[in-house]
Design a protein around this ligand. Structure first.
Ligand code: IMP
Length: 201
């Protein structure tokens, strides 16, 4: 049973492949183009399900589709950017523009660092089931980007228990502690179950 990641985000694909290996196919490998998906649910779980269902409908029953919807929330900013993380600086904004918008919001308030957390919702659709699991990573955001590792908001995020940003820390550390790693840890046994169920059919 094919395993497909419903995401065009190269950073996410890299992190998911570390967990599932090259067996995990990307959306462009199976579809050729990236479909336009309107993510209009009020939360991460709803948006992850929208993505997974849309791709699962296109690919048919012999595929397990994995979709991740994730983002960063800053309590000082009433939870922003939250589900709008990918378009915080506007529709089609780059990762860098979104990060600089968040830095600008901190600077406007004269805040050098403040608590923040990442959320990842992973939806699994296929083999007759729909499931969503979550993972979180807590820490702080700072008002100056540091380091080039990771992607998105990583250069301004310092995980709890560390004194460097995810842009500076080795990627093997993020792979152990991240919101996505935690959600993947919950998704993995479900995927194994689905694959075994399919083999018995
Ligand atoms: P999505 O692809 O619609 O789920 O949007 C995710 C948004 O949250 C993008 O702007 C990402 O840059 C950001 N994001 C999600 N996970 C991470 C992460 O692990 N590091 C940095 N940014 C992330």
């Amino acid at each position: 049973m094919k395993l497909v990641l419903a995401s065009g985000n190269r950073g996410k694909l890299r992190e998911f492949r570390e967990a599932f290996g090259q067996e995990l196919l990307s959306m462009d490998e199976v579809l050729g183009e990236e479909p336009v998906i309107v993510e209009d649910a009020p939360d991460f779980a709803g948006n992850a399900l929208i993505k997974a269902r849309t791709i699962a409908e296109r690919l048919g029953p012999d595929v397990i589709v994995i979709a991740d919807d994730s983002g960063i929330s800053v309590p000082l900013l009433d939870g922003a950017p939250g589900i709008y993380s990918a378009r915080y600086a506007g529709e089609g904004a780059s990762d860098r523009e979104n990060l600089l918008k968040l830095v600008g919001e901190l600077k406007k308030r004269g805040v050098k660092r403040t608590p923040a957390y990442y959320t990842a919702a992973i939806a699994l659709v296929g083999g007759g089931i729909e499931q969503v699991v979550h993972g979180w990573m807590h820490g702080e955001v700072i008002d100056e980007p540091r380091g080039k590792k990771g992607f998105g908001y990583d250069p301004i995020f310092i995980p709890e228990g560390y004194d460097r940003t995810l842009g500076e820390l080795d990627e093997s550390i993020k792979a152990k502690i991240s919101h996505r790693a935690k959600a993947i840890g919950l998704a993995r046994p479900l995927i194994g179950l689905l694959q075994r169920k399919e083999e018995r059919r």
